[in-house]
Ligand binder design. Structure first.
Ligand SMILES: *[C@@H]1O[C@H](CO)[C@@H](O)[C@H](O)[C@H]1NC(C)=O
Ligand SMILES: *[C@@H]1O[C@H](CO)[C@@H](O)[C@H](O)[C@H]1NC(C)=O
Ligand SMILES: *[C@@H]1O[C@H](CO)[C@@H](O)[C@H](O)[C@H]1NC(C)=O
Length: 437
């Protein structure tokens, strides 16, 4: 109860008070217009500005000479979005209100342009960035009406219906979405789908330990060859498990535009992630007592989930250490893969993941060596003469008549109870399915 309370408190804490940290999302703004529309955009932001709204960083056109430069800044992940007041927007609007061709050709959506990336933490980019942009655009129109509505109404060509339209609905926006992710299951990609790889490795570990213990492989093989067996089994299993996970992502992708290369890269990323999880759980399960393992697994799941559920910039500072967790970095790599290169943090994410992999490989090898050592010692203690009687024979001994048992006990002075033998075997092989009983 207390462990779940603690783990869930940690997870819920990652999302605590996030609405008051939306200002940590940075959005780039450039006023190419330099007229009343740009002024209205600034005025609108001043009205909306606050902890629950993203921060709009206003830059000059000399810093970002074209909208293409702004797009690149968002694509790189420097900003969560961008908004521009288009060149000549005010002039076009003023002309449209006066009627004629300018009015017929006037399209309110040309006044503002914004960019966002639906793939990056989808639920947050939708609810904070996209929704915020729409709010900002709506507010810009209202501010324009306040600033210049009276004057605009005076210059209106009342006989031209297009001009009246332009006055009634002067400003709207065109959106550019760096990566459309318009399918329902997308909200699972950084949530439940990040917990599954860990749970799956735990179940595999139980089966692997069970098989090895049943065949008592540690005493029949050299340390190196049994390590090799475990490692190869783990690599093949995670390869298959990663393929399955990528498979169900693709099966439910609906209108998501991703190709075969992205499939393979996703598969490889999950392969690495799953193998890291497997090695970490393997290291811990080999040294930790059996009853501890479910708690360790739950903790590891919640720690990793907390780091992928929401962007770290809106989590409290305490949680920012999550940047070094494998799942956080795997999700970052996956976003880069799915967007075709956007939000590229590979320089940081891949080294962190491979560091985990290398360290976990080393610790798993060490703990495996220890397990083999224990198994060998047990074997020596149980059968110092080198006979190959197994637990089954000990059971037979218990089943036998009291006299026989007594004689066996006197001949094998160091005979231990079955319970002790099983406890020892558990220590060597770790938790397993079928359980050692
Ligand atoms: C206000 O609107 C009128 C008509 O559209 C335009 O001619 C004028 O330049 C605008 N005022 C400013 C300060 O832009
Ligand atoms: C008003 O619009 C009508 C129809 O488009 C056009 O014929 C007329 O010249 C316009 N008036 C002015 C003052 O621009
Ligand atoms: C205005 O421009 C947007 C974006 O380019 C376009 O989708 C829309 O159809 C246009 N509206 C009209 C009335 O032409």
């Amino acid at each position: 109860m207390l462990w779940f309370l603690a783990c869930c408190s940690y997870l819920f804490g990652t999302l605590f008070d996030t609405t008051n940290r939306h200002h940590n999302f940075k959005v780039l703004a450039v006023d190419y217009d330099g007229g009343i529309v740009g002024n209205a955009l600034r005025g609108a932001y001043q009205q909306l500005e606050g902890p629950a709204f993203f921060t709009m960083e206003l830059h000059t056109p000399s810093e970002y000479p074209t909208e293409e430069d702004m797009y690149r800044a968002v694509y790189k992940g420097k900003y969560w979005g961008s908004i521009a007041a288009a060149t000549g927007a005010s002039g076009k609007l003023a002309a449209a209100i006066q009627g004629g061709d300018a009015a017929t050709n006037y399209n309110a959506s040309d006044a503002l342009h914004y960019t966002w990336n639906q793939q990056r933490y989808t639920s947050f980019s939708q609810s904070v960035i996209q929704a915020g942009m729409q709010q900002l655009v709506g507010a810009t129109e209202i501010v324009y009406n306040h600033l210049n509505g009276t004057q605009a109404a005076q210059s209106l060509n009342r006989t031209d219906s297009a001009a009246v339209q332009a006055l009634l609905h002067p400003i709207a926006a065109t959106a550019t979405n760096i990566k459309y992710a318009p399918f329902g299951a997308v909200i699972l990609l950084n949530t439940v789908a990040m917990a599954m790889p860990i749970l799956q490795q735990f179940f595999f570990l139980l089966v692997l330990n069970g098989v090895l213990a049943q065949h008592k492989l540690y005493t029949k093989m050299t340390v190196r060859s049994s390590l090799l067996v475990r490692r190869v089994a783990g690599i093949l299993y995670t390869l298959g498990a990663a393929l399955c996970q990528t498979g169900y992502f693709w099966a439910f992708k609906e209108g998501w535009d991703v190709n075969g290369a992205q499939f393979v890269l996703t598969w490889m990323t999950f392969w690495l992630l799953m193998h890291i999880h497997l090695l970490i759980l393997d290291s811990i399960s080999t040294v930790a007592p059996l009853p501890v393992m479910p708690f360790v697994v739950i903790l590891w799941v919640f720690l990793n989930l907390g780091s992928t559920l929401s962007p770290l910039e809106i989590q409290a500072g305490f949680y920012h250490w999550g940047i070094c967790l494998p799942s956080h970095n795997a999700y970052s790599v996956l976003v880069t893969i799915w967007t075709g290169g956007a939000d590229n943090l590979l320089y940081r994410a891949l080294p962190i993941m491979f560091a985990w992999w290398i360290v976990a490989n080393i610790t798993t090898s060490l703990t495996h060596w220890r397990a083999c050592h224990i198994a060998y010692k047990q074997e020596q203690e149980t059968h110092p003469d080198g006979t190959t009687t197994s637990v089954k024979d000990e059971e037979a001994a218990v089943g036998a008549s009291g006299d026989e048992m007594l004689s066996r006990h006197t001949t094998l002075q160091r005979q231990r109870t079955i319970g002790e033998a099983i406890a020892d075997q558990r220590e060597a092989y770790g938790p397993s399915i079928p359980p050692l009983v």
